[in-house]
Design a protein around this ligand. Structure first.
Ligand SMILES: *Cc1c(COP(=O)(O)O)cnc(C)c1O
Length: 497
């Protein structure tokens, strides 16, 4: 299978090339030139398998230049004991017809681990084939969770260096501490004075600047990305949509062939896009429900066809979704435009120059046949967390709280009773203050982050994950902050070139 770029449908590269390079030279995103098809028998065959074995059925459909031996080794290493519990992605029943897909049992307690435990293996395998000995420099912009998950995945991986930029005032205290205390010889972390969009725009600009690329090449280095602009981030995420469906069959909640909804708390549109690929591969999906916080740019786009990033940026209790430029939408639009890279280029040039674009009516109709969308503010998110805890004894994080709220509104407005999976993306203990304030009606006694963790544990009886508790008292190692227009210089400094 070849990959083409959303801004150049004539280039044809291997999966290894797409993953090792992260982004196409002209700034487009790599996508598969055709989407592989599965059928009911394929889905049935997943039911008795464990998660790694399910991954071994799905990944080869896309990663055709990796050998079966490579993928066996990588999936065994990625989905092993670093995930706690019986399976990396358990499906837990919330109430009749509604289940939670918990994706946060990995080492950094957010769903990014599902892809970032595998990506370093995919990338080093690919580098051997396409980078002739160059060192991979992984440049990451994070809204909070990708940074830590990428650092954990790539720390001390031979032939790689990893540099993470996070918005200094835009992540939770726990997220910040996770990154600032990162261990490993090949890692660097820096805060920026700016928001996630600034970090992402800065990283993309550094990435595609020919002068920067040649400076790296002269030092035997080459950039790659661990953000969801990298195909190697998306493809592992397709697996858990199939896995959740297989689990629902195993649990007797559905019969093979029944359609299900997925509700996905969304920021950069990577997670939900993986669900879209799963649907296009033949997974029986009714609706993909896109849940946003007060940064509601996607809600407007998916309901009106107009994408307008010129709007106030809100800092919310679900910081990993505080995003106004959702990169992966470019992939969806390219596919829906039947691989028309000229038109895709035009739309995204307009976004860059004018801050907005509008898709044709026919495309909007197609979007609406698959996607529903909704948003909510922080008070509504906290009310959803409190209500879900009181009614069902289920404790959710703030991002998942957004999804629960948006799903409840969707169901009330449409009467749609299709079995639904709500994708649960982080441990509540990454956002203890907001979650505690929700379940304790705003009455918090604790003052420090780790006192809040303890108070939340005592109040709910839900144990905090060991990797988060273990950060208490750990001294920060990276405390640097830079201006958003100084990121390039910071990269050279961190690389020592
Ligand atoms: C990254 C993240 C999201 C948003 O996922 P996208 O793929 O960017 O849409 C939602 N919730 C949490 C906890 C996250 O870390």
């Amino acid at each position: 299978m070849n990959y083409i770029s959303t801004r150049d449908n004539q280039c044809a590269v291997s999966a290894s090339f797409a993953i090792a390079n992260g982004i196409s030279a002209e700034g487009g995103l790599f996508v598969p030139e055709a989407i592989p098809q599965t059928d009911a028998a394929f889905i049935e065959s997943l039911v008795p398998l464990d998660y790694a074995a399910r991954a071994r059925k799905i990944l080869p459909l896309f990663l055709t230049d990796y050998t079966a031996d490579e993928l066996r080794e990588y999936t065994a290493a990625a989905y092993g004991a670093q995930f706690t519990g019986d399976t990396p992605a358990p499906v837990v029943k919330l109430r009749d017809n509604v289940s939670m897909l918990e994706l946060w049992h990995g080492p950094t307690c957010a769903f990014k681990d599902m892809a970032l435990q595998l990506l370093p293996h995919l990338l080093t395998g690919a580098a051997g084939r396409v980078l002739d000995g160059k060192e991979s420099v992984i440049l990451v912009a994070t809204s909070g969770d990708t940074g830590k998950a990428a650092l954990e995945g790539f720390k001390d991986v031979k032939g790689t260096r990893i540099l993470v930029f996070f918005p200094e005032h835009g992540v939770s205290p726990m997220q910040k501490l996770q990154m600032m205390t990162q261990e490993g010889e090949n890692v660097g972390v820096c805060g920026i004075e700016g928001n996630f969009d600034d970090a992402q725009t800065g990283v993309k600009a550094i990435f595609t600047d020919p002068a920067v690329r040649s400076k790296l090449a002269a030092n035997g280095m080459c950039f790659s990305s661990a953000n969801s602009i990298n195909w190697g981030r998306l493809v592992p995420q397709i697996v858990y949509y199939f896995s959740a469906y297989a689990d629902l069959i195993a649990q007797g909640e559905i019969k093979n062939g029944d359609r299900v909804n997925f509700t996905v708390p969304t920021g950069n549109f990577g997670n939900i896009l993986a669900g879209w690929y799963a649907m296009k591969m033949g997974l029986p999906v009714n609706k993909l429900i896109c849940a946003s916080n007060e940064n509601d740019v996607l809600t407007e786009f998916l309901t009106t066809g107009r994408y307008n990033r010129r709007r106030p940026f809100h800092t919310t209790v679900s910081p990993s979704m505080d995003i106004l430029i959702s990169s992966n939408l470019e992939r969806l639009i390219f596919h829906l435009l039947h691989n028309d890279s000229e038109e895709t280029k035009r739309l995204f040039a307009a976004l860059k120059e004018t801050g907005e674009y509008t898709v044709p009516d026919a495309l909007l109709r197609e979007i609406k046949s698959t996607f529903a969308a909704g948003c909510c503010n922080d008070d509504e998110t906290k009310a959803a967390i409190a209500d879900t805890y009181k009614t069902h004894g289920y404790l959710s994080d703030t991002h998942t709280g957004v999804a629960i709220r948006v799903y409840n509104s969707y169901r009330a407005a449409t009467g749609d009773k299709t079995p639904t999976v709500i994708v649960s993306t982080a441990s509540p203990y990454k956002f203890s203050k907001a979650v505690l304030s929700a379940v304790a009606d705003g009455q918090i006694e604790a003052e420090t982050e780790f006192d809040m963790v303890r108070e939340l544990e005592e109040k709910t009886g839900v144990p905090a994950p060991a990797p988060l508790k273990g950060l208490a008292g750990k001294a920060p190692r990276f405390t640097g902050v830079c201006e958003k227009d100084r990121m390039e210089a910071e990269v050279y400094k961190l690389l020592g070139i």
